[in-house]
Structure formats: structure tokens, C-alpha cells
Ligand binder design. Structure first.
Ligand code: PGA
Ligand code: ZN
Length: 427
């Protein structure tokens, strides 16, 4: 089958927040058609690859992506025309060279990633194999533990919820993926009942979790632990908790401002705060506990908690092999968050995963707060045996679609797949 590229066409579509994003269609010479859509973050790391926006205030408040779309249609498409879509590395490296900047500032990571993902999907379709199989390096598949963000705060809640951005439930003790998802959804509903009883609104934030104006940053942990019990599960054993405070968002001049509690904490005080939370609640991981440039604070956090829980770097590493390497060498963090659009190609994302895995680190594939129904990351997580996928609450179509895709993959793989479970967490 001739899998060389016939046409590439990009368009501007909307993401789950009503902001423009890039969608790419690829047609191969063998007439296979495939499509991919690019997600978009709100609490983005400073060092992420550039998401190209038009900055034309007359359209979408400046958030249009017509420049990125034009870059695909007029620069990338002619350059990749006739190239073998099955050579992902060559496709990705050609775009990296065409861009010529260290952070994809010229063509845009949103333009490049759309093509990178669509090319992979096109080849899988043309070979009539599932995307996870095409992207997979072996055939011993691992279904991820879902990290379900059931309570949203920070910039993902528009009405001053918790300072911490994400409170996730993690059904690590389930026997298989579909049971994990069931436990998670049941706990989500138990949490909704608890919030109603407390007369908290149950409207949801950007990632589908509830976003009440809680009394403190600790209250969600109490509520979630109770919800786990009320749903009939054992906190810690059946379902653990993961936190993403996304602390770059509340770090000002080296101090951490917890508005909800009227406290401003030095890094070492925030580390003590986390240690107390870990002593009190069944916390399995903390992501971005310290800010993206606070390598000293991060080092202290790793020293204090690195043997007890997984410490995941998102903003600090932005899926970059160089930054992850620096983290490994400096003894900072023991786990990495993986977002394809932070780096901009499938190939580079895979090298970051390989690097982290080589150091014995945990791997967590992640959605963005602005998503589409594209479920590429579900297949990608299985293909890379990452073991964990964070893709929001079991609520809002663009979140649920990823979980549903994993249900389909689990069904298809049957006995050929294992559920990652607690083993997916390093400590
Ligand atoms: P973002 O947040 O997608 O809005 O950047 C997600 C995260 O911080 O993990
Ligand atoms: Zn994060």
C-alpha cells in the first residue's frame, strides 16, 4: 500500500472552551483519509513550544489560528507532499527543520502537531490496524490508570474555586480498566451528592470536575475521601488521590500565595504543607507542587516526599527532553507529565518518554484543559505503556471520549492487555 502523502489540509475549528484550534486532514496516495485536532492549555508552562495565535483582536479576541492553518496549507503541505507518512521521524524532523526555531515559533507547535498526529493516524488506517498498535513498540499492552479530575480550581474554575487547580481520583486498586472507570464515575456522583448536601453549586469547570467555592484547599480532600467511602470503596487501597496544584499560577516573586487561606508561603513552608496533606490523605502523586522555575524548591520537595509519592513535573519540564534530562541529573522530581502539544511532534514526545522511563521515572500522559473529541492520547498512552492517563472528569464529551476509547481498546485487546494499577506509580 502506497502510504505517501497526497494532500494535507488544515482548518480552524473550535475547542471545548470555544477557542479556535487547528484541525488537519491528510489524504494518502492510497486514498486513506485521516484527521487530527490539536488541544490547547490555559495554565501553560513558560517554556512550552509556541502555540501560534493570530493576535488579531478583531477575531476571537486575538485567539484565531489562521496563521497556523496557513502555515500547514502553504508551507508544510508542499514540503511533505509525496513523503512516506509511515516514516514518522522523517515527517517530524522535516517540519522541525522547516520551522528552524528551538520552540516552533515560526510555524507553530499547533500547526506541526496537527500534521504529526494526522500522519500517524493515516498510516494506521491505511494498514487497517488500530492506532495504538501502529504506535506501539511491542504487543504487551498496558491499559492506564485513569486520573480523573473531579474537582477543578485555579484557572480552570471561573468563580474563584480552590487555589489548587486539580483534585483527581485514581482507581489504582481496580482489577481492570473498565472497573476503574466505573469506580471513578460512581465516586464522581457520590461527590456530587455530598456537594449538594453542603449547598455547594455543582456546575463544572473546564475539565468536567465540580468547581465549588470551597472553604479551604484542604476541604476538597476531605470531601473526596468521604465520596470514595460513600461510593463503597476504600480510600488509598481502591482509589487514591492525585493533586495538581499547578503552583506556577499562584507563585509570585518566589512565594506561594494561597488566597483561599489568606496565606503566603515560602517554598519550604509549602513543602511542609504538602507533607501534612500526604500524612493525612491517600495521596499518590503531586504534580507541579512547586513553580516552573523554582528548581531549589522542587529539590527540597523531592528530598521530602520523593520516596513516598510520585512527584510529577508538568510546567517545569514541558515534555522537553532537555528539561527532563536536567531534572534527572539534578534529582528533581521522579515523574513527568506528557503533553504532545508542549513539544509539538509525536517523535519528540516519544523520546521524552523513553528518557524518563530510562531513569525509572513515572509517566503520565495528559489532555489539555482546552480539548476536542480527538482521542489520540488514549491510543498513545496504550502504545507507550505509560500506565497513567489524566484526561479530566467522567463528564464533558471531550473528556469522556478518551475514556470511552480506552474501553473500546480494552475490549479489543482482551487478554493481551493488563491494567497498570498501582504498579504504575513510582515511589
Ligand atoms: P492546562 O492545564 O491544559 O490548562 O495547561 C493542565 C495542567 O496543568 O496539567
Ligand atoms: Zn499540570
Amino acid at each position: 500500500m502506497d502510504s505517501s502523502i497526497k494532500t494535507i489540509h488544515a482548518r480552524e475549528i473550535l475547542d471545548s472552551r470555544g477557542n479556535p484550534t487547528v484541525e488537519v486532514d491528510i489524504v494518502l496516495e492510497n486514498d486513506t483519509r485521516a484527521r487530527a485536532a490539536v488541544p490547547s492549555g490555559a495554565s501553560t508552562g513558560k517554556h512550552e513550544a509556541i502555540e501560534l495565535r493570530d493576535h488579531d483582536k478583531k477575531r476571537f479576541g486575538g485567539r484565531g489560528v489562521l496563521t497556523a492553518v496557513a502555515n500547514v496549507n502553504t508551507i508544510i503541505a508542499p514540503a511533505l507532499s509525496g513523503m512516506n507518512a509511515g516514516d514518522q521521524e522523517q515527517i517530524d524532523h522535516t517540519m522541525i527543520t522547516l520551522d528552524g526555531t528551538p520552540n516552533k515559533a515560526r510555524l507553530g507547535a499547533n500547526a506541526i502537531l496537527g500534521v504529526s498526529m494526522a500522519a500517524a493516524r493515516a498510516v494506521a488506517l491505511s494498514r487497517d490496524i488500530p492506532l495504538y498498535e501502529y504506535l506501539g513498540s511491542d504487543h504487551r499492552y498496558l491499559l492506564p490508570v485513569p486520573m480523573m479530575n473531579v474537582l477543578n480550581g485555579g484557572v480552570h474554575a471561573q468563580w474563584q474555586g480552590a487555589d489548587f487547580q486539580e483534585y483527581m481520583i485514581v482507581p489504582c486498586g481496580a482489577p481492570d480498566f473498565h472497573t476503574a472507570l466505573q469506580w471513578g464515575a460512581e465516586t464522581y456522583h457520590a461527590l456530587q451528592d455530598l456537594l449538594k448536601k453542603k449547598k455547594y453549586p455543582t456546575a463544572v469547570g473546564d475539565e468536567g470536575g465540580f468547581a465549588p467555592k470551597v472553604a479551604s484547599n484542604e476541604e476538597p480532600l476531605e470531601l473526596i475521601t468521604l465520596a470514595i467511602r460513600q461510593a463503597g470503596y476504600r480510600p488509598g487501597t481502591d482509589i487514591g488521590i492525585s493533586l495538581d496544584p499547578a503552583s506556577s499560577g499562584f507563585c509570585h516573586a518566589g512565594k506561594y500565595e494561597l488566597k483561599h487561606e489568606g496565606k503566603t508561603l515560602a517554598p519550604e513552608e509549602l513543602v511542609r504543607y504538602y507533607t501534612r496533606l500526604v500524612d493525612t490523605y491517600p495521596i499518590l502523586s503531586i504534580e507541579d507542587g512547586l513553580a516552573e522555575d523554582d528548581w531549589t524548591g522542587w529539590k527540597l520537595l523531592t528530598k521530602e516526599l520523593g520516596t513516598r509519592i510520585e512527584l510529577i513535573g508538568d510546567d517545569i519540564f514541558v515534555t522537553s527532553p532537555e528539561l527532563v534530562k536536567r531534572g534527572i541529573e539534578a534529582g528533581v522530581a521522579n515523574s513527568v507529565l506528557i503533553k504532545l502539544n508542549q513539544i509539538g511532534t509525536v517523535t519528540e514526545t516519544r523520546s521524552t518518554i523513553d528518557l524518563a522511563r530510562g531513569a525509572g521515572w513515572g509517566i503520565n500522559v495528559s489532555h489539555r484543559s482546552g480539548e476536542t473529541v480527538d482521542s489520540f492520547i488514549a491510543d498513545f498512552t496504550v502504545a507507550t505503556s505509560a500506565g497513567k492517563l489524566k484526561t479530566g472528569a467522567p463528564c464533558r464529551g471531550e473528556r469522556v471520549e478518551k475514556y470511552n476509547e480506552l474501553l473500546r481498546i480494552e475490549e479489543e485487546l482482551g487478554g493481551r492487555a493488563a491494567y497498570a494499577g498501582r504498579k504504575a506509580f513510582v515511589r
